[in-house]
Ligand binder design. Structure first.
Ligand SMILES: Cc1ncc(COP(=O)(O)O)c(C=O)c1O
Length: 373
């Protein structure tokens, strides 16, 4: 769609149009397309909301929630609760950017990180991660992409879709660089808690950094549509709050109540979740390592990876995805959802149970075998 000056240009993307929930969960047997852990069931919270008055609520977000998220890292007033991380990404982009601004974005990436600056009409350059380079981050390449009008660098770590990480010293180097140039860094940390040793919350390290995260992925609560952003710059936070108030005033008091109850018992729930994820990663690892058709970079964080059907395999990719979806009722996130070759597919190994994961992986093997030319 052509960009009209002064308008935000919205367009529906394949990852949303073709998503499992739009296709219909009931039509999918093996769902390996989710980038989250299993959906949390409300009854596990023993939460009685009968007496909850359905009022508006604190515009920054429920104070217990913000206190819990802030922890030892920042003050609770540095935390703004949003409608999912997607809401945070939109607020940040529309608060910071105008069409004459330049943005450098890690690619491939989660769609809203790309689409929000695109909707504004920003000038964009991509810091490309490639399998040939093990999807590794390269600070020199990032610096080379910076222009005099670069306003924002947008990164996602643990990375979606590749599941790769940066180190704490790389994060420090990035922050020193953006501070010296007066650029903002958006770090989408949605999968931060799904790593053996999570990085510091980046928003606690510099006023130029905005952290974004979510209840959807590591906790399995996408249905309450809660996320947050963290930043220590008072003026910027006031602008982000103004953006939130303009779009939806405050979050749903019901969602926030559920979120606060979950966070109060988070450790207990996360232990079980992490165990499940580790077992599934082992199953996935064994499948890939014994598979003649696929190659990958083993993920080091999050619950997703981005393997590829080997280049020397002559395959009808359209047929492969058709057979996979319709014959085997198996869903993966194909490369075109991330604007790359369809030989790539994102496999979410945190969401399915063991049988579903094994069934889905076997389906991928069979669908490849049936589509080889
Ligand atoms: C990296 C990343 N950021 C943000 C989001 C948006 O999540 P939500 O709006 O459900 O919090 C996603 C969802 O897939 C994601 O993977």
């Amino acid at each position: 769609m052509e960009k009209k000056e002064g308008h935000l240009s919205y367009r529906r993307t394949p990852i949303e149009k073709e998503s499992p929930e739009e296709f219909g969960y009931e039509r999918i047997k093996y769902n390996l397309a989710e980038s989250s852990v299993p959906d949390f069931v409300l009854g596990n919270l023993d939460l009685d909301l009968t007496d909850l008055a359905l009022s508006y609520t604190d515009h920054l977000g429920n104070p217990h929630l913000r206190q819990n998220i802030a922890g030892e890292w920042v003050n609770p007033e540095h935390v703004l609760i949003t409608t999912g991380a997607a809401g945070a990404l939109f607020i940040i982009a529309t608060s910071l950017l105008k069409s004459s601004d330049h943005v450098v974005i890690l690619h491939p990436n989660y769609v809203a990180n790309l689409e929000s600056p695109r909707a504004i009409g920003c000038q964009m350059d991509y810091l490309r991660l490639t399998m040939e380079e093990q999807f590794q981050f390269d600070l020199n390449k990032l610096e080379q992409l910076i222009q005099p009008n670069t306003r924002l660098i947008s990164l996602t770590y643990p990375q979606n879709p590749t599941g790769t990480m940066i180190t704490e010293s790389e994060l420090s180097e990035i922050i020193s660089m953006i501070e010296s140039k007066g650029i903002y860094l958006l770090l989408d940390e949605t999968y931060r808690e799904m790593t053996p040793e999570p990085l510091p919350i980046a928003g606690s390290l510099s006023e130029n950094v905005i952290s974004v995260s979510s209840f959807s992925k590591a906790y399995g609560l996408p249905g309450i549509r809660l996320g947050w952003l963290i930043n220590q710059n008072k003026e910027l936070m006031e602008t982000f709050l103004a953006g939130k108030e303009l779009i939806f005033i405050c979050n749903s008091i019901v969602d926030e109540e559920i979120g606060a109850y979950f966070l109060a018992r988070k450790r207990e729930f996360l232990t079980g979740i992490q165990k499940h994820v580790n077992i599934n990663l082992e199953i996935l690892n064994n499948w890939i390592e014994s598979n003649d058709y696929m190659e990958w970079v083993k993920p080091s964080g999050g619950v997703i990876c981005f393997p590829r059907i080997k280049q020397d395999i002559n395959i009808d990719l359209e047929k492969f995805y058709k057979v996979l979806k319709h014959t085997y009722k198996t869903f993966v996130a194909p490369g075109h959802w991330f604007e790359v070759d369809k030989r790539f597919m994102r496999i979410g190994y945190g969401y399915p149970n063991r049988q579903e994961l094994e069934g889905g992986l076997q389906s991928i093997t069979k669908a490849i075998q049936e589509s080889i030319i």
